[in-house]
Design a protein around this ligand. Structure first.
Ligand code: ATP
Ligand code: MG
Ligand code: MG
Ligand code: MG
Length: 466
């Protein structure tokens, strides 16, 4: 089953249950300074959940584009994570609750999508006997296919509405046998794939730390389209589905290297395909590469993709040539990536070109420095040298490390860190001095390019805050 068909079935199924189909909101949050990016299907609907607005229909469904930078390190390593993904959702604003949410999740998975009933496992919160009752007595799921968990199974962000979750998993490797006790952490997601999270928002977390029942309870569910595709297309990873394969195949053609031949190349193929989508959609939604906030995320992702291109032997700008593929694959539901294609290509190309110049300058300088180090019979690159490349030329430290390693040279990381700290102190002091602001700004900007997503962290519920 094709991805576009799965998305369509989701929206039609919930429409048939009285839900209104709402279009995907922009990845750039509107009126929500607590979020850097929309990172869940409910994020753009928060106004309904907190009661500040009343929807015409209390039942809503959507397919929402999401970005999660906290998953960046997982991309290419796990089968199931991207930085950008589509979250399919159904929501009840003070309308139906647990019983319907559970029945419809089961009906959609087993009937509309035809999942094998014997391969579905669920988690239920340790204290949520009501949900457990629906799963066992009404759906008929055997108790051994249910894990009662607490960790990761309660949704809350500080004070406010919150509640227990029930998550659905699909057994990707039933041949491993039944002796295994089901737990979401077993086999690191490789056997039991989480594909749907049902959140039952039934409590208010009060300022004094207590929890009280909400008068109007909500349902918030989210399911990753790419994971549903993985299951239905019978492939190993999200990247092997029809959502990514055309991008990976075209990258393989450009690189003259096949996918699935070498593990290191495969990680590069996956990172490129993932980052391409994230960058394409976010620029399409009005974010632009820059040195801070969202723009900095885009810049970092593009630079990382360019470096993965180098791993595959692609030495010139190429990401911009792949942008049109994103529109070909997903344009039926997200016309903006088709409409804004030319603009996105131009921005991506300019950014790639700029980074190539930085890399070329840095590589030449590094070659000179390394020659000197070797002539002196040493095997360690002084920290100040690594810092100079990084500070003055924006040359990423891990790239310096890679190039040095290829020549059997290590880096004095401690020396690098202390030079970096000194520089930060100097920049801080300088910023206090208004007269020197203009001169120091560019220096400060370069520092930020090379530091690692500083300033953002994930809350327990996955919201990004500054
Ligand atoms: P995981 O434990 O696999 O990281 P999660 O528990 O963080 O997932 P939720 O916050 O529950 O995910 O999001 C709801 C659904 O969105 C998940 O069940 C999954 O199908 C999908 N999803 C979450 N994160 C990603 C991601 N980085 N890439 C693709 N799909 C994702
Ligand atoms: Mg996660
Ligand atoms: Mg999870
Ligand atoms: Mg989850």
């Amino acid at each position: 089953m094709k991805s576009s068909e799965i998305r369509k079935r989701w929206l039609q199924f919930f429409e048939s249950k009285g839900h209104e189909v709402v279009p995907s909101a922009s990845l750039v949050p509107y009126n929500d300074p607590s979020l850097l990016w929309i990172n869940a299907g409910m994020a753009p609907l928060k106004k309904y959940f907190d009661g500040s607005e009343i929807p015409k229909n209390p039942r809503l469904t959507n397919s929402q584009k999401c970005i999660r930078t906290n998953d960046i390190e997982n991309v290419g390593k796990t089968a199931r994570h991207q930085t950008m993904f589509e979250m399919l959702g159904n929501f009840s604003i003070g309308d139906y609750f647990k019983k319907e949410a559970i029945h419809w999740a089961w009906e959609f998975a087993t009937e509309a999508l035809g999942f094998d009933k014997n391969r579905i496992y669920v988690t239920v919160h340790t204290k949520d006997d009501e949900a457990f009752g629906y799963w066992t007595n009404e759906i008929g799921l055997p108790a051994e296919r249910i894990a009662r968990t607490e960790e990761d199974n309660f949704w809350e962000i500080g004070e406010g509405p919150c509640g227990p979750c029930s998550e659905l998993f699909y057994d990707l490797k039933p041949e491993m046998g039944k002796d295994d006790v089901f737990h979401p952490d077993n086999h690191d997601g490789e056997r039991y794939l989480e594909f749907w999270n049902l959140v039952f928002t039934q409590f208010n977390h009060n300022a004094d730390g207590s929890y009280t029942e909400l008068p109007k309870k909500n349902i918030d569910t989210g399911s990753g389209l790419e994971r549903l595709c993985l299951i239905l297309q019978g492939v190993e990873t999200n990247f092997d589905t029809d959502l990514f394969q055309p991008i990976i195949q075209e990258t393989a053609r450009l690189a003259g290297k096949p996918y699935r031949e070498k593990a290191e190349w495969d990680v590069a193929f996956k990172v490129i395909a993932d980052h391409l989508r994230t960058v394409t959609f976010s620029i399409g939604d009005g974010a632009l590469p820059s040195n801070e906030g969202r723009g900095y995320v885009i810049r970092r992702l593009l630079r990382r993709a360019v470096r993965c291109g180098k791993v595959l032997g692609i030495e010139k700008p190429f990401m911009y040539t792949l942008v049109s593929l994103v529109g070909e694959i997903m344009g039926d539901h997200y016309p903006e990536v088709v409409e804004k294609r030319e603009f996105i290509e131009r921005v991506v190309k300019a950014e790639e070109e700029r980074f190539h110049v930085t890399l070329a300058d840095g590589e030449n300088l590094l070659a000179d420095v390394l020659k000197r180090v070797k002539e002196e019979g040493k095997s360690v690159l002084p920290g100040e040298e690594a810092f100079r490349l990084y500070d003055t030329y924006g040359f990423p430290i891990d790239l310096t490390e890679d190039i040095c390693a290829e020549q059997g040279i290590s880096i004095d990381r401690e020396g690098f860190e202390s030079a970096l700290n000194e520089q930060r102190e100097r920049a801080r002091a300088a910023r206090k001095d208004v007269a020197s602001m203009a001169v120091q700004t560019s220096l400060y900007d370069e520092l930020k390019i090379s530091s690692d997503f500083v300033g953002y962290r994930e809350t327990a519920a996955g919201a990004q805050v500054l």
